[in-house]
Structures are given as structure tokens and as C-alpha cells.
Design a protein around this ligand. Sequence first.
Ligand code: SF4
Ligand code: SF4
Length: 664
Amino acid sequence: MKLYDFHGGIHPPEYKHLSNQTAIRQLPLPPTLVVPLSQHIGNPAKPIVNVGERVLAGQTLAKADGHVSAAIHAPTSGTVVDIAMRPFAHPSGLPDVAIVITPDGQHQWIEKQPLDWQHADTAQFKQHLQMMGVVGLGGAVFPTHLKVGDKLQHLVINGAECEPFITCDDLLMRERAADIVAGVDILRQRLQAENTLIGVEDNKPEAIRALQQACAGLPIEVVVVPTKYPSGGAKQLIRLLTGKEVPHGMRSTDLGVQCFNVATVYTMWRAVVLGEPVVSRIVTLTGAVKQAGNVEALIGTPLAWLLQQAEPTYSGQQAVVMGGPMMGFELPDLQAGLTKASNCLIVKDPALFPPRPAALPCIRCGACAEACPAQLQPMDLYWFAKAKNLGAAQENALFDCIECGACSYVCPSQIPLVDYYRFAKSEIWAAEREKKAADLARTRHEFRQFRLERDKAEKAARLAAKTATPPPTAAPQALDDSKRAAIEAAMKRAAEKKAQNADAPAAEAKPKKDDEAKKAAIQAAMERAAARKAAKESGEAAPAVETPAAKPAMDDAKKAAIQAAMERAAARKAAKESGEAAPAVETPAAKPAMDDAKKAAIQAAMERAAARKAAKENGEAAPAVETPAAKPAMDEEKKAAIQAAMARAAARKAQQAAEKGDPT
Ligand code: SF4
Ligand code: SF4
């Protein structure tokens, strides 16, 4: 098969022999596990367990938070003893949230859930990978479910493992080639790849043989590539195997190519076929240790405990590198837990890693540009980063730099160029984060101002509506026609009822002890209640209740009606006492016709009643009862007789009192 070379590259000492001589070792359970929630590109996973909870191996500890995220699982059975900030394996040295588990020693698994991948649709396949926490184990830890959607022309499997010292992929390919190839075959079918290639550097003959045997009969080709650093870079391997260059600003999928690391494919196969989430990985322990080799370690294993398994022979300050010597970083704290990205731990000693000489000025020799596999101008990026001219650094494709370190390796001035690029990238990311935070804060402030103004305006409107004295007809005018009609109808019914009530005493002709004023008040209350009910049924605000101030608005007719009712009651009482027929009750319609003659008749009836009472007390015959019809005939003589009788009665009463010794 034709191979294509890529620009630049270097050939550093490999040191792979230190750790590739023995088989992968299984380790005992560590005393504790510190499982970080940020083990992938994107949002950290969200914890779904609590402190004190017992968990089983493979149980989800934290679920994916959003599309660019992946789940985190319990590596073994045990008890969650803490969820807190813990040391984290990162160059920044900053801690991060981790779930701490004390293993119970039983390593009891949850029920495993394989996927029927041949019948699952793309969404189900993606969801399964995300739920199983499958991410890129080659170092990038990019969630794998984000890479399995598009149909491909070339499926490239990365078994190059070009970084010195690291041999975990080599041992994995040697020992588990069949499982890897089974995973590759699943991907090949799912992504309908026309061409499937596994690229392996020629310094791994045993792995190549194992893979070739496993691929027998399958449309999968194992391609042996020359050993050159960094042939394991995704873009470099794609170039090597397919001849395609991924241009600046584009992704390989835009060219119909996708690249997966062999360890990623292996964990994907376990997740799909065995139903096991990612709870462990193969790690190379090498450098200044007695037991160099590869171990299968649980995620979360404390790095200090892990290194003890290899028996370090040196323990200087910041003596452990995670990753390789080219792209790795010195671990700030060995209490951090192993992550999915941790492929290698190297214990440094002065023999293997002599101190780097002091950096000298750049002599513009151009060696760095010749070595750069991304075809950048490293010396220019160095100047821009040093001068904090971050805009210029970005314009010169700073983010195309894969931090391979080839430029630093060849620099005769010993300038730690990659450190400058990392610094510039972190500054740009920090500035972008600050800009996003500022934009968010400004948006929030503007919305708060808008909300305050809106609340203020609404409050003022409510206050104005409350304090305004509406004209008597204001409320009805504010109502729509249908509502107003409902209220008017209710008031009309109330008025009719009132008229009927006014007629009722005449019809029933029965005396009542309640005075008419009380009735009128009750009637008014009923009218108001009827109006309110009508308003409520029509969905309107209830009409204003008549306050004392509103009472003057009560019309004169109502007052006159009450007055008339009181007069009629007095007349009926007087007529009853005098034994006369009760005067006819006046209806409201007849009321205006009530004249002075009627009033005089009432007065006369009262006088006659008094005369009869006086005559009775005197033992005299009661004066003849005058009928209303006879009243006009009552003359002055009769009046005089009554008054005389009254005078006599008074005299007798005074005499009787004197005879009894009454002081009065
Ligand atoms: S290799 Fe070093 S000295 Fe030479 S141009 Fe690059 S940065 Fe400058
Ligand atoms: S570290 Fe960046 S600039 Fe230097 S050689 Fe690698 S890709 Fe090029």
C-alpha cells in the first residue's frame, strides 16, 4: 500500500524497551479511589450518588451534562465517602471535583447492558457510548459518541503510539488484538466505511502480527508506517495513510475521514458487546522504577499508590511525568486519581532526564519550522507569545499547533517553545472566558434594568388607578356593553322587587313591628348584593359598595318612600287604637297624591284616640268615633268637648294623687 509522508517530524530516543518486555499486569484493589468528574472534553459529569451510598462496579456515579460530555462510573463496588474538590492530574495544579470511594473488596458488578448494535439506530448507538463513558483514550478524551454519526470514506485506526516511553497501546494490541479488531469491525459497519486502515509504527512487530491475524478475512488492513515522531498525531496519520491534508479550520470528517485510537476502540467494544462502561485502562509505568511495565488500573486509582506498584527508584521534586516526555506534563500532586487520559507515568531521574540548559536567544535558524509537522513558523509564534501579542499568534494559526514538542526538541537555543504556546493558548482561552462572562453579566444587568423599569411603571399605573376618584358613572362606563347590560338588568330586577315589597303591606294588610326605615336599609343592601352578584357572574369587578359618603347619592324618592312608610305605620297604629278602619296604604304611585288633608286626618285620628283614652280613664262615655268620611264634619264644638274632657281627666288624676299622699 502506498504511504504518504508528512512534513517535519523527529526521531527521539524511544525508551520503549523499558516497559514492553512484560505482559499487562492486574493490580490489587487500591485502598481508595478518587474519581474526577472532568475526564473528557466538555462539561464535567453531574453526580447522581450521595455520600454514604453503596455503589457497585460499573454503576453510574455521574451522568453526562449536555451533548459534549460523558458519564462517569464506579470502578469497583464500595461506599461513596466524599464528593469534594480533590487534587487533579492537570498541568495547572488546580483541584477539581471528584467522587471518593472506599472499595469493599468484593468488586461486585451491576447487571451489564450490552447493545444490539446491529439493530440500534444511530441515536441509540451514540447514546449508549455516551452513557458508557467512552471517550478518546489517545490523550484527547474527546467523547466518542460525537464521532460516530457520519458515513465515512476512510476509517483510520491509530496504533502508531509514536511518543517515547509509552507502550500501553503496544501491549494492548499484542494481547487483545481480536477484541480491538472486533471493535473496528463494528465501527466499520456502523459508519459504512469504504476503507478501513489500522496504522501501526514498524517498531511494534508483535502488535502488527497479532492484528494481522485478527483481521484475517475482514476488509480491514493493517498498515505498517515508519517510526517517526509524531506519526501518531491524527492529522499526521491520516496524511500517512490516505494522503489527505486536513486544511486549517477544517475537520477530518469534512474530508470523509475519521480517526480512532486503538484503546478507544477496545473500550467501545467492551461497552457495546459486553455492556461494560469505562472503569479501567492500561497504563505504562516506566522511567526510574524497578517494575516497569503496563498495568490494568482502575480509574480513580491514586497515582502515588499506582507508582508504588512499580517500585520507584527516585523521588525528587516533581519527578513524575504524566504522558510522554514530548507531550506530557509534570504532575503537581500525586494524590490525584487516575483518569481516562492517563496513559503513562514516567518517574524521572537525572540520568534519563538531564536538566535542560538555560535558554538562549533565538538565532532565527529555522530548525523549528523544518521540524514542525503542522507546517507552522514556531519562532514567530514564540515571539508573539512572548510579547503577549495574542491576536497575531492566533492569526498565525497558533491553534493548529498540536504541542508535539518537535520544535523545542530541535531548537539549538534550548527554548522551551511549547511552554510559550501553551501559555498563549491559556491566555486566549481565559480572555474568551472573561469576555463571555462579561457579555453574560452585561446581558443580565440590562435585563435587570428593564425589569426594574417595567415594575416601576406597572406599580405607578396600579397606584394611579387605585387613588383616582371615579365619577359616579365612571365604573359602568369602563365596562363593556354586555357587562353594563347585565348590571342594569340586575338593578332593574332589584327595583321591581322593591316596588313589590312596597305594595306588600297593602296586599297582606298585616301589621309589622319593623319600621320602614329598617326595611329600606335591607332593601338597599339587597340591591347592592344583586348588583355585585350580577357583576361577578359577568366577570366584572364588583360595583363599588355604597360608602357613607355615597349615601347622600341616595335619591330623594327613596327617602320620601321611607318617610311615607313611617307615616302610614303611625296612621295604622292610631286607627287600630281608635277602632277605626286602617287607612288605605299608599302605593309609591299614589304617594305624590298624599295631601295635607290626609295628614290632617292622621292628626285627627291621633287626637281622637287620646280623647277616648282620657274619657275611659274618667269613666266617661267614649266620644263617638269619627270615620274618615265624617272627619270633615268635625266642628269646633266637638274639639272643645274633647279638650274639656281631657281637662277633667287631668283634674281627677291630680285629685286622686293628692288623696293617696303622692308628693307629686
Ligand atoms: S529553532 Fe530555536 S533558535 Fe532556531 S528559529 Fe526556532 S526558536 Fe529560533
Ligand atoms: S509544538 Fe507546535 S509549533 Fe512546535 S513543532 Fe509541534 S506543532 Fe509545530
